[in-house]
Design a protein around this ligand. Structure first.
Ligand code: ADP
Ligand code: ZN
Ligand code: ZN
Length: 687
């Protein structure tokens, strides 16, 4: 919580200061002016602030309210929340260093973009006439005061709507600002290129900045300062950008709003999408001018869809694809009738051969990187278990390693079975590396129209680790160098590929029967997004195809997918959720405990439940018994959780708020010895 400091001059709330804390000096934010020392203190006992950071305008009331709300809602300390969302580099600056930074920013200035030079980005932009559907959405936006759900098919041109809406906001005045959130860092360079091309010619080279975790601390600080000082008019970023200081904020766009990466999985477990809705409301209240929020998706989250069905959000729809093309035809392959052990069924392989021979491209989606998920001994029970986690280490053939995808533990593949010395240790199951290898072999006889052999490439977290490698791989695909691209879900998202006419999904069944109630929703979204990569050029769309290999071809999810019928799918899922009182019909939080032993972790949760017995609202809340996480142990830490449910958000929030201080006290209890940490996850993504 806030601490009291003394200061001779009154300092406005939101000012950044340096203050003594124990023997250190740290960054602080003035939260409010007290006027009086707190009860029981006399002014002389209160330490003075060390310095105010001059030259920086205060953080706005809207920003402070956002941070207070996030801290309260997600059960974190206010100070922890505020400090964790400011750029880390800000923590070490004194007034002089800050002054230098600001001067540098000024000096770099805002020059008009050079549209005559050969910057390809700036030259490439042509501003297309909006389609009828886009125009209808653009006409409706100014009349809407609620959050907007833009439900637009993949390829319907949602980005152009964002660009036009942004343009309108920038034209409203010289200080207005726009925040655009995207799910993946991988997608920011492309989007940034489009926004720069569109806005730099008119608004200058400083108008667009990015904010994401792939940037260096210095880059982040400079983007943050530019946004805070109002020089940057558009901030593009991943979920962390929701906390950017934007004094002139008038529009927030959340692209692919259903994407799980908007929910933080570390520290304060906030949802940037939900905070975007909150922030738009707060900014509107504080500035008296409308700040609009647009949530865009072809497969909205069930939460947002439900809100739009109820009328809490306004839904605008763009069902058609630009150019009038249709989504690819769905072909479901029943793996029960395919040769045993085949990764790629013969009909799918034949279809791919045909495409490549015609000079078209294929995309093969497999949500598992590495060569094989497990390595096992033929003679004994040895498997490539990670010694630190309750998970198998994945076999990566390229560098002959076994790597744990949970804790990172990596070893060279043993020559022989470590337990029995048998030389036959074999991979079980398949990952992207293996499919890439197999496809290269299976397609080696196929010639492209130019006579060259078919080229197979792979794109996943392993191949894109190095800076610039993703762009290089995307270029190879765009230029037609690559005929078949194998990859994880990374390849399904957002990319505007032009010559892909076949998309195949392998091993999709895990999403059909997972214990997690959101798994089908995620699978549906992923397959819809993947389908959207095919047939983007109208000329090809008629013959483009989406292939799914499954052992359960009769599953209702595929029926809905066949017609790309999201509303029907959503209605089914929502009916199931309602019957089970699950979100958005009920509200959930998880209390998680990490400890040296599973017993300690569960004992802490049990104690937490006991401590809750006499809390207000306890009767309206359901506490489930403590259980181990699906992956129970990671890096030698045992993990357990307890699900907390309530019918209303308010009840759950009041309960959690009252519980938190008891949990903190509970850490001191002897029964908690060996507890490493506990955390509360409000609105968890998976249970
Ligand atoms: P979405 O994000 O909805 O999947 P995109 O924004 O990627 O769709 O748009 C699909 C393609 O259509 C892009 O190549 C884009 O440049 C193009 N496009 C969008 N709007 C128009 C338009 N009004 N006229 C011509 N082309 C457009
Ligand atoms: Zn063995
Ligand atoms: Zn491990």
């Amino acid at each position: 919580g806030p601490l009291s400091y003394r200061c001779e001059q009154p300092l406005a709330p939101g000012r950044l200061v340096r203050v003594p804390l124990g023997s250190r000096e740290v960054l602080g934010v003035v939260w409010e002016q007290a006027g009086q020392p707190p009860a029981g203190w006399d002014a002389a006992q209160i330490r003075p602030i060390s310095a105010a950071l001059d030259g920086l305008p205060p953080l706005s009331a809207g920003w402070r309210q956002l941070v207070s709300f996030a801290a309260r809602y997600y059960q974190r300390g206010l100070g922890e929340m505020a400090l964790s969302v400011l750029p880390p580099a800000l923590r070490d600056l004194d007034s002089i260093q800050l002054g230098r930074r600001l001067k540098r920013l000024d000096k770099k200035g805002n020059k008009p973009a050079d549209t005559t030079g050969d910057d390809p980005v700036v030259q490439a932009d042509t501003r297309p006439e909006p389609s009828d559907e886009q125009q209808a959405v653009l006409d409706a936006l100014p009349t809407i005061d609620k959050p907007v759900l833009l439900y637009g098919a993949t390829g319907s041109g949602k980005t152009e709507v964002y660009l036009r809406a942004t343009e309108r906001v920038l034209d409203e005045g010289p200080t207005t600002q726009v925040l655009v959130l995207v799910p993946e860092i991988n997608l920011t360079p492309q989007l940034e290129a489009r926004f720069r091309a569109r806005f730099e010619p008119r608004h200058g080279t400083a108008a667009v900045v990015s904010l994401h975790s792939g940037m260096t601390p210095a880059q982040r600080l400079s983007s943050w300062l530019a946004a805070h000082a109002g020089q940057a008019r558009i901030v593009l970023g991943t979920r962390m950008a929701i906390f950017a200081s934007l004094p002139g904020l008038r529009l927030i766009v959340v692209d692919e709003e259903h994407d799980p990466s908007y929910k933080s999985q570390e520290g304060a477990r906030y949802s940037a999408r939900d905070l975007a809705v909150y922030r738009a409301k707060v900014e509107t209240e504080h500035s008296g001018q409308r700040c609009q929020v647009i949530l865009g998706s072809a497969t909205p989250s069930l939460e947002s869809w439900h809100a739009s069905e109820q009328g809490r959000y306004a839904r605008l729809e763009m069902p058609g694809r630009i150019g009038g093309g249709s989504l690819p035809r769905l072909r479901v392959v029943d793996m029960n009738h395919q040769p045993k052990g085949a990764t790629l069924s013969p009909p799918l392989l034949a279809a791919m051969e045909e495409r490549v021979a015609r000079g078209e491209q294929c995309l093969v989606l497999l949500n598992r990187r590495g060569y094989a998920p497990v390595l096992a001994c033929d003679a004994c029970a040895w498997k490539s278990q990670c010694p630190h986690c309750s998970a198998f280490r994945v076999f990566h053939k390229i560098d002959r390693t076994l790597r744990c995808h949970h804790c990172g533990f990596t070893q060279r593949v043993p020559r022989a079975c470590p337990d029995c010395g048998n030389l036959d240790i074999a991979p079980i199951g398949r990952g992207t590396e293996q499919v890439e290898e197999q496809l290269a072999g299976l397609l080696s006889h196929v010639r492209r129209p130019d006579g060259a052999p078919a080229r197979v490439a792979r794109m996943d977290a392993d191949t894109t680790r190095h800076k610039g490698s993703l762009e290089a791989q995307l270029d190879a695909l765009h230029s037609g160098e690559v005929d078949v691209l194998v990859g994880t879900q990374m390849i399904a998202k957002g990319h505007d590929f032009r010559r892909i006419t076949l998309v195949a999904g392998l091993n999709v069944d895990a999403g059909l029967f997972a214990s997690d109630h959101r798994a089908p929703e995620r699978l549906f979204a992923l397959l819809m997004q993947a389908a959207g990569r095919a047939g983007r050029d109208a000329g090809q769309s008629r013959q483009s195809e989406m292939w799914i290999q499954t052992w359960h071809p009769g599953h209702p999810l595929f029926h809905a997918l066949k017609r790309y019928d999201y509303p029907t799918f959503a209605a089914q899922q929502l009916a199931e959720r309602e019957a089970a009182a699950m979100p958005p019909f009920g509200h959930q939080a998880l209390l998680r405990a990490d400890a040296r032993t599973q017993q300690t972790a569960q004992a802490f949760l049990q104690m937490a439940a006991d401590l809750a017995e006499d809390l207000p609202g306890r009767a309206e809340v359901t506490l489930y018994p403590p259980v181990p996480l699906t992956i129970q142990r990671v890096a030698n830490v045992e993990r357990a959780q307890m699900l907390v449910e309530a019918a209303s958000r308010g009840v759950l929030q009041r309960f959690l708020g009252a519980w938190q201080p008891r949990l903190l006290d509970g850490r001191q209890h002897p029964a908690s010895r060996g507890l490493i940490r506990f955390l509360v996850d409000v609105d968890p993504l998976s249970v």
